[in-house]
Design a protein around this ligand. Structure first.
Ligand SMILES: Nc1ncnc2c1ncn2[C@@H]1O[C@H](COP(=O)(O)OP(=O)(O)OP(=O)(O)O)[C@@H](O)[C@H]1O
Length: 615
């Protein structure tokens, strides 16, 4: 883990230099966002906008009726013999509008929250789908990871953005209607209003931008904070944290990093509060200036008392509304910048295309697999993980990969599954480059159980079914796969058998031993009717007898299929038809067990060391 560190080059101090242009250009993301909202649920979107349109006209109507009521009361005081009918009609109208306004508010809030949830869910689902299309190496790249993190984090921000933008449109309409009323009586009041609000707007914009830049530049650190939190407080890590006594170390790391973030944040929050107060005071002064002006006009008899209440009421509402609109504008622009992160993430394209119009893998594979001078470098490494690799696997052949840690065995398997693209050379299945096959079909024809397979904290049944998720409901297939991998017996002993939840994360979950987990994971390989099966050390946690048994069964059960086995146990390896010995990414020996022993090279040497160990 890296040491705690300060902000990145695009840090908050330079953040203030970010141009308004960038801010405004972020608003260009809004149409795309609203098209996403529209696609999510058309009825709710229409209902939401329709209700807001209605709502935007109400404040002017209510204020105008209020003015009429007051003028009517003043008139009736002077003319007591006149009919009061009009007055009570006005009061009834005001009451009716207020009730409608409350109802509209509730409906709008409801639609906002329903639509917001739906949009958040849809974006999360799209994120998962898009992430699944991307290359494995992209996930191992920290810059990519930060993008994914920012895109993922902003789910709630997007929900807020939705209601903010719609409220903004509604308020602008209300403002225009109130403004029209004000213009009829006194256009100068509008000018005072605008001048009063501009300083606050500039202040808000400035500080929002700084906050965004700070949050953005600290993404790696926040990811680190999340990771530290996970290390310090999760079921998976608790065992090791306790025995190594890591709690203080982790807590201190967390504290020093989070303190730095807190201090950077605090600086902005304090400045924002101070400036916010000063700028808002300017607005208040202007408001009272206008108020005094309206009072003076009333006293001189130029306007009625009703008009005075109408003007001061609508001025006050417009002042508050304009301030909200401007403040919200900054916040919308800020959230729209975050939206950019989401769209940036969706814009990332995999380098290994799905190749949907590609060829289909032949059934059965006739000629086998050929590695033709294959070499591979991980993007950030300057050494070759594999180089000049040429060999073949015949149909029905079981090949074992042997080599010391880091020799390149897992990398070779990842290339075969097209999780990475070879840096040089080609891999052919029946004479066709694997890149020319449909990616999904290629993967469907290869069943791999990796050494770091996932322990799904789900039911046993689901844990096995992930090997062929299309058959998740096929209980017979699941049970038969468990039988083949020798997991059935242990499943039978679990309280809920195949419905037993594994792991300790959820209620009534049961933890398994490492070897038991491996037997469950191995069943996934049998679930899938793949032509090529790869087992990357999935039996390392089994005792020697169990591993031997598992592999004996495995070779019998997959008779006729191609298999690649990776194991450090030579008693297992020798069961393979041919053995490929890798050293530092290079093939150094290749042949059957008997042939390699006769060669008396590296394989024979390691085989003898292990054989002695077992004696
Ligand atoms: N995702 C990765 N990014 C960068 N380098 C990697 C990555 N995965 C593996 N490597 C490097 O590539 C080399 C080969 O690793 P690989 O995992 O293929 O070895 P292996 O033979 O399977 O080892 P083991 O027996 O320990 O499982 C190693 O030097 C390793 O450090």
């Amino acid at each position: 883990m890296s040491k705690t560190r300060g902000p990145r080059p695009d840090n908050p101090t330079t953040a203030t230099n970010q141009s308004f242009k960038k801010r405004f250009s972020a608003l260009q993301n809004l149409p795309r966002f609203f098209s996403l909202v529209w696609q999510t649920n058309k009825t709710l979107t229409i209902a939401n906008i329709g209700f807001r349109l209605l709502k935007s006209a109400l404040p002017l109507l209510i204020l105008y009726i209020g003015k009429e009521i007051i003028d009517q009361v003043v008139y009736l005081i002077d003319h007591r013999e006149s009919s009061q009918q009009y007055l009570w009609l006005l009061v009834a109208a005001e009451l009716g509008l207020t009730i409608i306004s409350d109802l509209l508010n509730r409906c709008i809030n409801l639609f906002d929250s329903l639509l917001g949830d739906l949009v958040a869910n849809k974006t999360s689902v799209d994120l998962v789908h898009h992430a699944a299309r991307l290359d494995l190496y992209q996930f191992e790249n920290p810059v990519f990871y930060d993008k994914l993190e920012r895109a993922r984090r902003q789910t709630s921000g997007r929900t807020v953005l939705l209601s903010q933008t719609l409220t903004q449109m509604q308020d602008v309409l209300t403002l225009v209607s109130l403004g029209a009323g004000l213009v009829i009586f006194n256009p100068w009041l509008i000018l005072i209003l605008i001048v009063a609000v501009i300083p606050s707007f500039i202040g808000e914009t400035h500080f929002n931008e700084r906050t965004y830049s700070l949050t953005r530049s600290w993404t790696p650190e926040r990811r680190e904070l999340d990771y530290l939190r996970y290390l310090g407080s999760s079921a998976e890590t608790a065992k090791e944290v306790k025995v190594f006594g890591l709690e203080n170390y982790l807590a201190n790391q967390f504290k020093s990093l989070s303190d730095k973030y807190y201090n950077a944040n605090k600086k902005i929050a304090v400045a924002r509060a101070g400036w916010g107060y000063v700028l808002a005071a300017i607005g208040t002064l202007a408001y009272y200036g206008a108020y005094v002006f309206v009072l003076a006009q009333t006293l001189s008899g130029m306007i009625t008392i009703g008009t005075m209440t109408f003007l001061s009421g609508s001025f006050q509402r417009m002042h508050a509304m304009l301030q909200n609109i401007m403040g919200r504008f900054s916040s919308i622009a800020e959230n729209a910048l975050y939206l950019q992160d989401l769209f940036d993430f969706f814009a990332i394209q995999p380098t290994i295309p799905a190749n949907e119009n590609g060829q289909i893998i032949p059934h059965p594979i006739q000629k086998g697999i050929i590695f033709e001078n294959v070499g591979f470098k991980y993007p950030d490494n300057d050494f070759w993980a594999l180089r000049n690799l040429s060999f073949s696997i015949k149909p029905g052949e079981k090949l074992a990969l042997v080599g010391e840690n880091g020799a390149g065995k897992t990398t070779l398997v990842k290339l075969l599954a097209s999780l990475y693209k070879p840096t040089e050379g080609r891999i052919l299945i029946d004479g066709v480059d694997i890149q020319d096959y449909q990616l999904a079909d290629l993967r469907a024809n290869i069943g791999i159980i990796f050494q770091d397979y996932i322990r799904y904290e789900m039911t046993v049944s689901d844990n096995i079914a992930v090997g062929d998720i299309a058959h998740i409901d096929d209980k017979n297939a699941i049970e038969s796969a468990a039988n083949k991998s020798m997991a059935h017996e242990l499943i039978d002993r679990l309280p809920n058998h195949y419905e037993q939840v594994l792991g300790k994360r959820f209620k009534d979950g049961t933890e398994l031993s490492g070897g038991q987990w491996q037997k469950i994971a191995l069943a996934r390989a049998y679930m899938r009717d793949a032509q090529i099966i790869v087992l990357d050390e999935p039996t390392s946690a089994l005792d020697a007898r169990a591993e031997h048994e598992v592999f004996k069964r495995f070779t019998n059960l997959i008779e006729g299929k191609m298999a690649v086995l990776i194991s450090h146990r030579f008693s297992t390896v020798r069961m393979a038809d041919r053995i490929l010995f890798l050293e530092k990414g290079k093939l150094i020996e290749f042949g059957s067990h008997g042939e390699l022993i006769a060669q008396n090279g590296k394989y024979a040497e390691l085989f003898n060391i292990q054989a002695q160990g077992y004696l």
